[in-house]
Design a binder for this molecule. Structure first.
Ligand SMILES: *Cc1c(COP(=O)(O)O)cnc(C)c1O
Length: 395
């Protein structure tokens, strides 16, 4: 098929050309004496994305899923009680892993499309007078439903309950795109994957541990080897890794950190908000609901758009892919066929998002979904024009 595939799933995301070329490197000796000149600034700059000064960052050759395991096994002991909330496929999978690793998981079932109530967190923690709960497992941005939890409020709820549990946060589809502050929000472990907001291929998991999490590691009895951060603490100290790192991904990460920090994290967050708002305006103009029910919790990295009753979102994806070479995100598990998702995180501007809006609209029309042709693009375009930076007159 002529023309390229248009990739608008919430990960892997589009890799900027500058990052692709930064990864075109010959292999090199990862024990060469000047290797630390690459590694040390990488780990330092990563802290600026996690927004931590007190914490310590780690990079492992793995994916977000391993991040869950790293966060739990490095801070907890077998059988420890953990508290979590299931409100989408990713929070579901984390809970599933916690059970399979032998933790005692207490969790609330929340309807998919809703987020975590900080009041409920406070109530559950207050009820745990003996402080049996050792950690909260919180999925910051539920990529399956496009719901972003309010971590600042969740932190306040933990403090209001006076509970000492660790706060472990999955930021796979938020860190590097959405406001995330490890120190300020008292997050003990934050974890991210390379293929979402970090605009890289999959293959790296990045984490930040708070001093409290590092302290917890000392008495955490879970067996761990490949994923033990202690080996990283020891090797990173001298600017090395305990085993062979992926050299191209490290050079890619270097470039990504340069791009993010040059734009400025606050500007990155603002750009994601503005682009996402255009997508939401488009959905509204189509007359379609989004999966997220609380307007305060809408995600700025992914929008899950509900198809009307009587239609199957898989048909929309089918037309989008086979007719227009457009990849949209699927509805997962409980929301299979009920929604499709547009990923809007990473290397994007207004016109890159015009593409999936146009393609999704054409595919919906092909399936007989009664949307007004051009309405989505018109609404998004109007919003993006209204909120565009003022531009000096041509000289
Ligand atoms: C993608 C994703 C994961 C899983 O990450 P992998 O890199 O596929 O292992 C976990 N949590 C969230 C919120 C995600 O979006």
């Amino acid at each position: 098929m002529a023309g390229r595939n248009h990739l608008y799933i919430p990960g892997p995301t589009n890799v900027p050309y500058s990052v692709m070329s930064a990864m075109q490197v010959p292999m090199e000796d990862h024990r060469r004496p000047d290797f630390p000149e690459l590694v040390r600034p990488l780990l330092q700059d990563l802290k600026k994305v996690f927004r931590t000064e007190q914490g310590q960052c780690f990079v492992l050759p793995a994916t977000g899923t391993a991040g869950w395991e790293i966060a739990m096994t490095n801070t907890l002991s077998p059988g420890d009680k953990v508290l979590s909330f299931r409100f989408g496929q990713f929070s579901h999978l984390w809970i599933d892993m916690a059970k399979r690793l032998g933790f005692n998981v207490q969790y609330d079932e929340i309807p998919w499309g809703e987020g975590i109530s900080p009041d409920r967190v406070e109530t559950l923690l207050r009820a745990d007078a003996k402080h049996e709960i050792k950690a909260l497992l919180i999925c910051h941005n539920e990529t399956a439903t496009g719901v972003t939890n309010n971590l600042a409020e969740i932190r306040k709820a933990i403090d209001a309950a006076g509970h000492p549990a660790l706060l472990l946060v999955d930021g796979v589809s938020s860190i590097g795109s959405l406001d995330f502050r490890l120190d300020e929000w008292g997050i003990d472990v934050g974890l991210a994957g390379s293929q979402k907001g970090f605009m890289l291929p999959a293959g790296l998991v990045m984490l930040a541990f708070s001093p409290k999490a590092l302290k917890a590691r000392e008495s955490a009895k879970c067996p761990r080897c490949f994923l033990d951060v202690m080996d990283h603490i020891n090797a990173n100290k001298d600017g090395f890794f305990p085993y062979t790192p992926s050299i191209p991904l490290l050079y890619g990460l270097r470039k990504v950190l340069d791009l993010l920090l040059e734009e400025g994290m606050d500007n990155v967050y603002a750009r994601h908000f503005r682009l996402a708002e255009g997508v939401r305006r488009a959905a509204q103009a189509w007359g379609l609901d989004i999966c997220c029910r609380d307007p305060k919790l809408v995600s700025n990295t992914v929008t899950a758009i509900m198809v009307p009753q009587g239609f199957d979102a898989r048909d929309v994806m089918h037309y989008a892919y086979h007719r227009y070479n457009l990849s949209l995100g699927a509805g997962l598990s409980e929301v299979l066929g009920k929604l499709f998702r547009i990923g809007h995180l990473g290397d994007l501007n207004e016109l890159s998002l015009a593409c999936p809006l146009m393609g999704a609209e054409m595919a919906m029309l092909d399936c007989g979904i009664p949307v007004t042709p051009g309405s989505g693009i018109a609404a998004a375009g109007a919003y993006w024009r209204e909120t565009a930076q003022p531009l000096a007159k041509r000289g």
